[in-house]
Structures are given as C-alpha cells and as structure tokens.
Design a protein around this ligand. Structure first.
Ligand SMILES: Cc1cc2nc3c(=O)[nH]c(=O)nc-3n(C[C@H](O)[C@H](O)[C@H](O)COP(=O)(O)OP(=O)(O)OC[C@H]3O[C@@H](n4cnc5c(N)ncnc54)[C@H](O)[C@@H]3O)c2cc1C
Length: 326
C-alpha cells in the first residue's frame, strides 16, 4: 500500500489551518496514486484532535508522550524518524510554518530523504512527485521533479497554498503508536509561550482591515489611512517594511512572518503584493488594492483595483464615504 503521510500541526489544543490544507492536498494525491492517507499526530492529551481528524484520512497515527506536550524539534525528529523508517510513506507532507521549517530539514537529513521546501504545487508524476516552488522573491515559479531514486520523499507546503475542501468521510481509525522517546540525550526543553505583542486590536478578528505598505513613505502619513479605517469601521494592518521601520507595531503585520487574516474586506494601500504578504491575506472575502503601479502583483489577487496615487485617492474615498454616511 502506498501511503502519503501528513504531519498534523497543532498549538495549545487547536489544529492549525495548515493541517486541514495538507489533508486536502494529501487526499487528492493519495487518490491520484491509488494510495492511502495517514495523519501523524504527536502530542500529549490530544485524543480530541485525533477524533477531529479521524474521518479525514484513512488513519490517524497517534503518538502521545509527556515529552510531546509542547512542540520541540528534537522530539519531533526522533518520533518521525522512527515512524517514517517503519512505514515508508511515499511522501511526507509538513507545513512550511515556523515549526515545519524548524524540524523538516533535520528530519530529511537524518533519513537521507530528498526534501523540497515551501511548495505551492505538488503533483504525482509516474514513480515520483513534481512540485512548484517560487524563486526570486515570488517572481518566478519553478517546476521541480524529485529524482526517481528513493522510496520516499518529503515536502514542506506553504500555508494557504491549497484550500481546505470538505470531502466525503473516510473510514478513518486512530492507531495509537508507542512513543520511542526517552529522556536520554534530549538537549532542549520547552520553557514558556511568549505571546507576540498585539496592537490595540487583534487583526485576525477584524471584519474590515485597511492595510498599509511601504508606499505610505513615512510614519506621518499613517493617520491619513487610520482615518479611512475609522470611517469604515476597519482596523489598521500593514506589510512588513512598515513594522521594520517601526511605523506600526508587529501585531499589525500580515504575512508569512506576521499574521494570517481572513476579514470580509481587505484594503491594501501602497502594498506591492509580495508572496510573503499575500500568503497572509489571500483568504480575505473581498480584496481591494490601491497602488500607483498597474503591474503591482497585488492586483492579481484583488477583486477591485484602483491605480492611483494613494495620497490623492485615500482622502477622496474617505470624504466620499463620510458624505454617504450622512
Ligand atoms: C523571510 C521573509 C518573510 C517575510 N514576511 C513578510 C510578511 O510577513 N509580511 C510582509 O508584508 N512582507 C514580508 N516579507 C517582505 C516581502 O518580501 C516584501 O518585501 C514586503 O511585503 C513588501 O512590502 P510592501 O508591499 O509594503 O513594500 P514594497 O514592495 O516596496 O511596495 C510598495 C508599493 O507601494 C506602491 N506605491 C508607492 N508609492 C505609492 C503611491 N504614492 N500611491 C500608491 N502606491 C504607491 C508601489 O508601487 C509598490 O507596489 C518577508 C520577506 C522575507 C524574506
């Protein structure tokens, strides 16, 4: 039996979105190769998560251990090394997230398996898999094939690259697997969670986000965008350079190294649309982009686009909305 194995990601009792995305893609690939889908779930006291995952795959491989209560690359590597060595999945899929990026390379090196990282496309191809990865800061998509070499391959998958698609349930089962962990040789231990400082408001909870990018030029112009946000009952968000320049706090940053947001409306002002930003906001309901460059990549994800100088158009929009509200 050909098995595709995904590694479930969870934090503080909740499965992360990327897990569902991996499941959808994993299921499609397992059907393409007439194989089966397994979910590896590592943790402590996570049976409720196993139940939630159960019917989404052919099986959940549940490994519980006190030492797995908190994520630790060392313990993950050890457990997954054993699991992959024993089960020999044709493909292991891991989220290209902070944790996935942390343990996947070490795991692949341990197992001497080929690893393709940050994939945004994966296809089954004869006896191997081909993937799509972005290079040159997202300007070029590169199609890459694994060599037809080993029995097993690994990929990390960009969060948000594949949608979660609800499918008919599978007759899943939960298989408890004894943990191979001992305290011997463990050099790292979990100390504490440190919450990222959020701004005044949690941007992941807002219905309307007005996001500002480097096009704003300096901190003095941020109030102009804040006024627009206030006028439409929205919350300010931003791209990374705005945080790097300390114009807005880190809690406002949208993107791969910031927050993933799914508001009903996302207005991107003076944001080019680099993939690191788009990954964090493309799940928004309606995306409106304002940019003076008609070729800015943000327009390819926006439903509505305004090609204009933000300094001219933002006050006009704000005044018009105020007028309409009277
Ligand atoms: C590991 C890594 C992680 C990253 N994580 C993130 C992340 O989480 N979030 C993130 O946002 N970025 C992230 N980045 C940075 C990312 O690659 C981009 O550099 C960044 O998103 C660009 O921000 P920007 O669009 O605001 O600026 P720019 O790319 O400089 O774009 C500014 C835009 O403003 C427009 N503009 C300029 N003046 C005006 C005007 N007067 N009127 C209208 N439009 C105007 C320009 O045409 C341009 O399109 C990351 C990068 C790396 C390497």
């Amino acid at each position: 039996m050909k098995e595709i194995m995904i590694v479930a990601e969870h934090r503080r009792g909740e499965l992360r979105d990327v897990t569902w995305e991996l499941i959808s893609k994993g299921r499609q690939l397992s059907e393409a190769i007439q194989g089966e889908l397994s979910v590896a779930l590592l943790g402590k006291g996570v049976t409720s998560l196993a139940e939630a995952l159960k019917f989404k795959a052919n099986r959940v491989l549940l490994i519980e251990d006190d030492r797995l209560e908190y994520y630790n690359s060392e313990t993950y590597e050890r457990v997954l090394t054993q699991l992959i060595t024993e089960r020999k999945p044709v493909l292991t899929m891991i989220g290209h997230t902070a944790t996935g990026m942390d343990f996947a390379p070490g795991l692949a090196a341990h197992l001497k398996l080929p690893l393709a990282t940050d994939c945004i496309g994966i296809d089954a191809k004869e006896d191997t898999f081909s993937v799509i990865r972005q290079i040159y800061g997202g300007k070029i998509n590169a199609a890459v094939s694994f060599l037809k070499k080993g029995p097993s391959y690994m990929v990390t998958v960009r969060a948000g690259a594949f949608p979660f698609v609800e499918k008919e349930p599978l007759p899943g089962e939960v298989i408890s697997i004894p943990s191979p962990l001992t305290d011997e040789g463990l050099a790292r231990r979990f100390l504490q969670y440190v919450e990222a400082a959020t701004g005044e408001v949690d941007i992941t909870q807002a219905d309307i986000l007005v996001a500002v990018g480097r096009g704003i030029k300096d901190a003095d112009s941020i109030p102009m965008v804040k006024e627009l946000a206030d006028t439409i009952g929205g919350v300010l968000a931003c791209s990374r350079p705005v945080v790097d320049k300390k114009w807005l706090p880190k809690g406002c940053q949208v993107g791969t190294s910031g927050k993933t947001v799914k508001p009903k409306v996302y207005i991107a002002i003076g944001i080019s649309g680099a993939f690191q930003h788009v990954a964090g906001m493309k799940g928004s309901g309606t995306i409106i982009a304002i940019n003076k460059d008609p070729k800015a990549p943000i327009f390819s994800v926006a439903q509505y686009g305004i090609v204009a100088d933000l300094f001219k158009i933002v006050p006009v929009i704000k005044d018009k909305i105020k007028e309409l509200k009277k």
